[in-house]
Design a protein around this ligand. Structure first.
Ligand code: DMJ
Length: 673
């Protein structure tokens, strides 16, 4: 309440506003009158009572405040607007981040189901296993490309939309790239691979159906068609008379069992894939899914079941991408592990895969050197795929042990090794044939498989080849063919197993991988010899063992055959080496030699009702004496190498990306060239 303050001060100046409250204006007297008309009247009266100066000052202040208000409104408004927008954006971002996170899994492939993908043939536009181009292992990564420069992203929302668009584009590009055709023409390992490390947690992906370097499929030629026809004929016999059993007996139209595990069917799986036999493959796949059971009280040979069954399942997994085969491989791999429980860690030859027990042959506690040193490619790969190091550790232990073992002769190994003492036995006999052959082959191939880093393997291989040159090479008469003989307690024998014919191919593979050029020269001379082992025989088919003539005798060829050795088991080693030689030299004569061999197989071993048979007498064209047995490696190896030999497509199992196990099952090179 302000009443007559200026008057009370006795000042004449009219600058002071003097307000006299009349009785009717007093609050609380006569009640509170707050009507609008009264208030308007009262304000106006007060305004009139002010001096002109007072009114001017008030008006000036009012105008000044109004101008200031208008100026500041714009900036305050902007600031306010940005504050409110920001908080709205924040709210949106929080809601939409989960959406972005959810977008990632959408571009990753659905997890493979063991039973779901058996129909996923390459021609059906397979979604290849995604791989980050520079990441060697681990789960697939979402590849989000950096936004293009010209793309101006204004808000968080725009950014996310742009990322989603790029992801879409990426997805479409990947799908387009992964359309590949049936058959192995574009089979490529999908990714660089590495040996298992102690920190493996993610299982490896198959190397199949990679289509990044996709090119036009190379058409199948006449000779390849002839191989397909031969395979179909062999398969017909197996299917009609031996389905699900180990081996076909084509003449008696029955079968024989060795392990009772469908050996021929498993050995032939990847051949069917490579030859493009889709229907046959599918049928065999069904048998594996429904009928292949390893929980059986049966003794199997560790080496044979590793190279044929474990190797066959692993390579089929890589080619087809079908996880069924990996599951089966893991199962058999685990069941074979008891073989390594020996005092020396040198595995026993036999394992009961149902009981989990292992033992040496009944008559000895020795194992064969080739057998214990030719299971490494498969077990190492199983470790890489499963992330479980126990498989690799077990087989690496064997190689390390053999590396430092005494009893070698310039790198050449004896044929037996004792599972108790870990020492070589039956010293003094050296061969590249039966019981030692694939020791040499696997030294080189493990070195390649592991990315050429394991020097001890290379050392042992190089030393051994020097040993071969020094002790085992001789030239025959009259054609002066270079051959690999045997050494027994210091005495040279001019005996050469057909099995030794793996050597030219292995030497050529080594030379291709940067080893001494004279290895290639030796390969060229040796493959000529292996071919002559066919060409100089009446049926044009090689016997199991030949003896070379060291001295020229009238009317004698280079090759002599003893009655006990004149059988032919449809073995692959020569066509295997022809395949390598053709791949690395491009010399068509190797294809022609292979073609002759196929024709002679057709002439002398083909059984009209289906299947092929081994024969007892390669020297008698009118009666080669069929043995009534088709070995599983005829489908697993011989026909596969024939098909590859006749192909001009170096990407049909590219030798810089795959390494063949000793049963012709291709496994990925961990660090491809
Ligand atoms: C196959 O089982 C393998 O190639 C093995 O290394 C040797 N024997 C046969 C083929 O001859």
């Amino acid at each position: 309440m302000y009443s007559g303050a200026a008057a009370a001060a006795g000042s004449p100046r009219r600058d002071f506003i003097s307000v006299t409250l009349g009785p009717e204006e007093a609050v609380g007297v006569g009640g509170y009158n707050n009507s609008k008309a009264w208030r308007r009247r009262s304000c106006w009266r007060k305004w009139k009572q002010l001096s002109r100066l007072q009114r001017s000052v008030i008006l000036f202040l009012f105008v000044f405040l109004a101008v200031c208000g208008v100026i500041s409104y714009t900036s305050i408004g902007e600031a306010w607007k940005s504050i409110t927008n920001k908080s709205l954006d924040d709210q949106r971002t929080e809601q939409e981040i989960p959406r972005l996170k959810l977008a990632n899994p959408a571009v990753l492939p659905a997890p493979q189901k063991a039973d779901a993908n058996h129909g996923d043939y390459p021609e059906l536009s397979l979604q290849k296993p995604p791989k980050p181009p520079h990441v060697r292992r681990g789960p697939s990564n979402l590849q989000i490309k950096a936004p293009r420069r010209d793309m101006r992203l204004k808000t968080q929302r725009d950014t996310m939309r742009a990322v989603e668009e790029l992801v879409e584009v990426d997805k479409v590009e990947k799908t387009e790239k992964s359309i590949i055709s049936w058959r192995g023409a574009v089979i490529e390992p999908d990714q660089s691979t590495e040996p298992p490390s102690s920190k493996i947690t993610e299982p490896e992906k198959p190397s199949s159906v990679e289509a990044e370097d996709q090119k036009e499929p190379v058409p199948i030629n006449e000779r390849q068609l002839a191989v397909i026809e031969a395979f179909r004929h062999a398969w017909k016999g197996y299917k009609d008379f031996a389905w699900g059993h180990d081996e076909l007996k084509p003449l008696s139209k029955s079968y024989s069992e060795w392990f009772g595990l469908g050996l021929t069917l498993i050995d032939a799986l990847d051949t069917m894939w490579i030859l493009g036999l889709k229907e046959e493959f599918e049928e065999a796949r069904k048998w594996v899914a429904n009928d292949l059971v390893f929980d059986k009280n049966v003794d199997v040979n560790l080496f044979e079941s590793t190279i044929r069954i474990l190797g066959g399942l692993l390579s089929t997994y890589h080619l087809s991408g079908d996880s069924l085969f990996l599951e089966k491989a893991k199962d058999i791999g685990n069941r074979l592990m008891p073989a390594f429980k020996t005092p020396s860690k040198i595995p026993y030859s036999d394992v009961n895969i149902g009981r989990g027990t292992a033992h040496p042959p009944r008559w000895t506690s020795d194992s064969t050197v080739a057998e214990v040193t030719s299971i490494q490619l498969e077990f190492r790969e199983l470790s890489r795929l499963t992330g479980d190091e126990k498989f690799q550790n077990a087989v690496d232990e064997v190689m390390k042990h053999v590396h430092i073992l005494s009893g070698k002769n310039d790198g050449l190994v004896p044929m037996f090794i004792n599972t108790n003492s870990g020492q070589f036995t039956h010293l003094g006999v050296y061969t590249l044939g039966a019981r030692a052959d694939s020791y040499y082959e696997y030294l080189l191939k493990q070195w390649i498989q592991g990315g050429k880093k394991e020097n001890e393997l290379l050392e042992d291989y190089m030393r051994a080849i020097e040993g071969v040159k020094k002790h085992l090479l001789q030239r025959s008469e009259p054609k002066k063919l270079t051959f690999v003989g045997e050494l027994a307690h210091g005495h040279f024998s001019a005996k050469m197993d057909h099995l030794v014919c793996f050597l030219p191919g292995t030497l050529a593979l080594g030379a291709h991988n940067g080893l001494a050029a004279d290895h290639m020269k030796l390969a060229e001379t040796l493959i000529e010899t292996c071919y002559q082992m066919y060409a100089q025989v009446e049926t044009g088919l090689s016997p199991e063992i030949v003896h070379f003539n060291l001295h020229a005798q009238k009317g004698h060829k280079d090759v002599e055959i003893k009655p006990a050795d004149r059988h032919n088991l449809l073995r692959p080693e020569t066509v295997e080496s022809l395949f390598y030689m053709y791949r690395f030299t491009g010399d068509k004569k190797y294809q022609d030699w292979g073609w002759e061999i196929l024709q002679n197989f057709n002439r002398y071993t083909r059984v009209p009702t289906g299947g092929y048979t081994s024969i007892n007498n390669v020297q008698n064209p009118s009666n080669p004496e069929p043995r009534d047995k088709m070995e599983s490696f005829f489908l697993g190896e011989t026909l596969k190498y024939m098909f590859l030999l006749f192909s001009d497509d170096i990407d049909l199992i590219n030798l810089d990306k795959y390494i063949f196990n000793t049963e012709a099952h291709p496994l990925p090179v961990w660090v491809p060239a």
